[in-house]
Design a protein around this ligand. Structure first.
Ligand code: TRH
Length: 399
């Protein structure tokens, strides 16, 4: 047996990287939080260390086990080692745990609390499914579905303890902001420049949006982290292989390509910009914590089911504004640009109305972050595990 790395409550998180950075992004964030804020000994098993290393650049992809930011990060190979299961076992996004590990869980005196951490969705059915048990067909084990979400009856969202305080400190600190702009190699933009970050999948709406920005009345600085949108950016400006540090301009639009940074550092960009384009799951949540108006490019799924998810989120997100009796025009402007960006349509045509509504949208974006902050996923998850432990009439080790 491999020696366990720490006493106290232990947690194993299993992450199977499907594509992009969302799976590992969520797991890495949760792992750090459980380890650093709640004192758990966390092992993160990941089957693609190269993806992990994009979020944690000091990672060594050749190591089977390494300690990073308080977490033991382990390479998850097909041939799984003989290890002692932790007291909390989290399989992310229904990834399939190693058979030998499941068998080992079943023979523990106190079998672990086994959680399937699901994808984020704002749809109604999530509340009904959050926390449901799923008994193993053969072994004396029960897996529980844990759904992140936006309402009190869901598991909530990942939020570091001090995040909003750090955000506020940064947004009120001119010197810290200047430091940020210097750090990415730029002068602090003038007050009348609109600062937009653009993290996106390929999107046929990009040229139209760039045209609208180039022809707009206001100077616009667009910051693009390296990634899937770069070839299209290159096409637009007639250059091949744009890379970090490159800058392009047309009309009132200035575009700067940024390096893909460590996960913790991405927040600074979101806090520094006036509008953020985000994608997938984790960056979308981070944009909400930034408290700025944002545009979400949802991860496209088969049979167009992602449209339902998008509509469900928009309905929740806009509900506080509409029920407060605010002028619906700002909400419609936001919906317009979200719709066109996601259907890769006329995003450029919807942009002027959106920009005109920014002042109205800003306070709502901030209030929304405050509302969501009351429902913290890591705290909820630990409460849930304690409850399951109590139901089984044993104390979770270390509690
Ligand atoms: O990379 P994504 O498109 O991930 C997607 C979604 O999660 C989707 O739901 C899932 O099904 C699919 O993967 C498999 O977008 P997401 O979720 O925003 O993840 C990006 C991560 O990258 C996030 O944790 C933030 C991080 N990031 C950095 O660490 N540095 C950077 O410079 C940037 C731009 C992002």
């Amino acid at each position: 047996m491999r020696r366990d790395f720490s006493a106290g409550l232990r947690c194993d998180i299993f992450c199977n990287v499907i594509d992009n950075y969302g799976d590992i992004g969520v797991c890495w964030r949760l792992a750090r939080q459980l380890a650093n804020e709640h004192g758990l000994a966390v092992r993160l098993w990941v089957d693609d260390l190269a993806s992990f290393a994009r979020l944690c650049p000091e990672a060594d992809v050749t190591q089977d086990s390494q300690h990073r930011r308080g977490v033991e990060v382990c390479a998850w190979h097909k041939q799984f080692p003989d290890v002692q299961p932790a007291s909390i076992v989290i399989e992310a996004f229904a990834c399939k745990l190693p058979e030998s590990y499941i068998e080992a869980m079943a023979i523990q005196k106190h079998p672990p609390v086994w959680i399937n951490l699901e994808y984020l969705s704002a749809e109604d059915w999530v509340e009904g499914c959050h926390g449901l048990p799923s008994p193993h067909p053969r072994l004396p084990l029960t897996k529980y579905f844990f759904f992140p979400g936006f309402t009190r009856k869901t598991g909530g969202l990942l939020l570091e303890r001090d995040l909003l305080a750090r955000r506020d400190a940064f947004q009120h600190d001119v010197a810290a902001q200047q430091e940020f702009w210097r750090g990415i190699g730029l002068e602090t933009p003038s007050a009348d420049t609109l600062k937009v970050s653009l993290f996106a999948y390929e999107n046929a709406a990009l040229p139209g949006l760039f045209d609208a920005w180039a022809q707009g009345e206001q100077a616009l600085l667009c910051l693009v982290p390296e990634g899937r949108i770069l070839p299209q950016l290159g096409l637009y400006f007639g250059v091949s292989a744009p890379q970090a540090g490159n800058e392009y301009a047309r009309g009132n639009l200035r575009v700067r390509v940024l390096p893909f940074v460590a996960q913790e550092d991405y927040d600074w960009l979101l806090w520094a910009c006036d509008v953020n384009f985000v994608r997938g799951e984790d960056s979308c949540v981070r944009a909400q914590w930034a408290g700025k108006p944002f545009i979400w490019q949802i991860y496209p799924q088969h049979d167009e089911v992602h449209w339902q998810k998008l509509q469900a989120f928009l309905a929740l997100y806009n509900a506080p504004r509409l029920s407060a009796g605010e002028d619906p025009r700002a909400v419609l402007a936001l919906q317009g640009v979200w719709r066109e960006w996601n259907k890769e349509g006329e995003a450029g045509a919807t942009w002027p109305a959106f920009v005109a509504a920014l002042d109205e949208l800003q306070p709502g974006a901030r209030d929304w972050a405050g509302l969501l902050a009351k429902n913290n996923l890591a705290l909820n998850l630990l409460d849930f595990c304690r409850k399951v432990g109590r139901m089984r009439a044993f104390k979770i080790e270390g509690q």
